[in-house]
Write a protein that binds this ligand. Structure first.
Ligand code: SF4
Ligand code: SF4
Length: 450
């Protein structure tokens, strides 16, 4: 018992070793709804709405004004506080105004309206850069100025990981894509192998790493074969097949799977930098073309959409336009989720737009379930990848007991949705933990301001 307490205090060994449960689960992927279908191109209508939000912050400086002409790739805004993040126009046309619009952060925020002239004239946003000749510093600056953000959903500016990299041995390219329905990383890798390799090599150089490992689900045999063929003459790049479990794509889980190591705060502690596979491809595309990434491949899937598909779409295009292009909804009552069904956010309507970190829209038919009380079965704890006790955290949240929420590590929740998924009573356990986590964050902010 004493040993257990010591282990609990030592975070790198952490709670995962102690609470015996699977901590991950094979989920029905529904990937076949979109993974081999034709890609559908959806063009914006007479305007796009570019969100003035960068990595959750609205502290964004506008660089254009009403009436200005812009082209595809014109820098229109920048976040420049503790991080630098440029925003580019996705169409050519005229700047109209700034207006509030629904954002997938679940609140209205400022969006720049740009009238689309349908010419799609381009401007070179920056000079292309040969990663083989460029220095590490030049590559990091390029990544920053090109606005490369994590494409796994979070949208963290990627250059920061490299700027502070020290003693990195491995760049781990995360191509796991463990959430049900989403197939964009799969399609991006299948269709852009040359760029994937360039991105890997450029990132390896920036990190001063010795190797690149690409993690892909072992069930994606066609992709693994194609990537292995493409990297034949690159001995420093390897593919690592990982089990088809959720949340295998979570940084901690995939790192443990590949290296059998845990870390306290950041993967750099064990000599690893992690980037999403689509991020590597976008970085390579910017390096080779000098063009900003203003288009995304988005999986639009679920039982609530008539024609599930991977959609090529410009940033700032309203989701309602995409839904219409795919034949509309299959039912009157649907949930529109920005992201996958596990970690995504249910948005009250479909007026929100595609952002640089969008990767999917999941549409599910709403179903009513009878109210059943918690069975105290413990499944939510058994499966929690962060080794939390979601049902207890729900109780603390209901009691507004922030001290207990802090002690129970509610802040470590990665909002993966697994506790709700496995709950036999179909309780919204994740929502309770999410609220509890917000309470802890609010308390920490209050303490910082004192
Ligand atoms: S949502 Fe949070 S509490 Fe629930 S299983 Fe995932 S990490 Fe654990
Ligand atoms: S919340 Fe659900 S999974 Fe967790 S103990 Fe209760 S019934 Fe079981």
């Amino acid at each position: 018992m004493v040993d257990y307490c010591l282990l609990l205090m030592k975070k790198e060994v952490d709670r995962m070793t102690l609470l015996i449960g699977p901590m991950s689960k094979h989920l029905l992927g529904h990937k076949d709804l979109t993974d081999h279908n034709d890609i559908v191109e959806v063009s914006p209508d007479e305007h796009v709405l570019i969100p003035m939000v960068c990595y959750g912050s609205t502290n964004v400086e506008l660089l254009v004004k009403e009436g200005d002409r812009v082209k595809v790739g014109t820098k229109i805004a920048i976040r420049n506080d503790n991080m630098t993040m440029p925003v580019f126009s996705s169409v050519s046309g005229v700047v109209s105004c700034v207006q509030k619009n629904m954002h997938d952060m679940l609140r209205p925020v400022d969006h720049l309206f740009i009238e689309n002239d349908f010419k799609y004239e381009k401007v070179r946003s920056f000079e292309p850069l040969d990663y083989q000749k460029a220095s590490r510093e030049e590559l990091i600056d390029f990544m920053m100025n090109a606005g490369i953000v994590g494409c796994g959903g979070a949208g963290f500016p990627s250059y920061i990981k490299y700027k502070y990299a020290k003693d990195v041995k491995t760049v781990l390219i995360n191509g796991v894509e463990c959430e049900p329905y989403i197939t964009t990383d799969y399609r991006m890798m299948m269709n852009n192998l040359d760029l994937l390799i360039i991105g890997c090599l450029a990132m390896k150089k920036m990190a001063g790493a010795q190797e690149v490992i690409i993690a892909i689900k072992e069930t994606k045999k066609d992709l693994i074969a194609k990537v292995n063929e493409a990297i034949k003459s690159y001995p420093d790049i390897k593919v690592f097949p990982v089990p088809d479990k959720y949340p295998m794509g979570w940084e901690r889980t995939v790192i443990y799977q590949v290296f059998k190591k845990r870390y306290d705060r950041l993967p750099g502690e064990i000599g690893v930098i992690v980037n999403n596979s689509t991020t590597a491809i976008f970085f390579a595309r910017a390096l080779t073309t000098g063009e900003a990434n203003v288009e995304k491949l988005i999986t639009v899937s679920g039982d609530g959409i008539k024609q599930p598909a991977n959609v090529k779409v410009r940033i700032g295009t309203p989701v309602s336009k995409i839904i219409k292009s795919l034949g509309g909804y299959t039912a009157d009552e649907v949930s529109v989720i920005s992201g996958g069904p596990m970690m995504g956010r249910t948005v009250p309507n479909d007026t929100f737009v595609i952002t640089p970190c969008s990767n999917s829209i999941t549409v599910l038919i709403k179903k009513d379930y009878p109210d059943i009380a918690c069975l105290r079965c413990g499944r939510c704890s058994d499966y929690c990848p962060a080794a939390l006790q979601p049902v207890r955290i729900n109780d603390m949240e209901k009691a507004k007991d922030v001290d207990s929420l802090i002690k129970s590590n509610a802040i470590d929740c990665i909002e993966c949705g697994l506790c709700s998924y496995v709950c036999p009573s179909r309780l919204e356990v994740t929502e309770g933990v999410r609220r509890g986590k917000r309470m802890v964050i609010a308390r920490k902010k209050q303490e910082e301001q004192k």
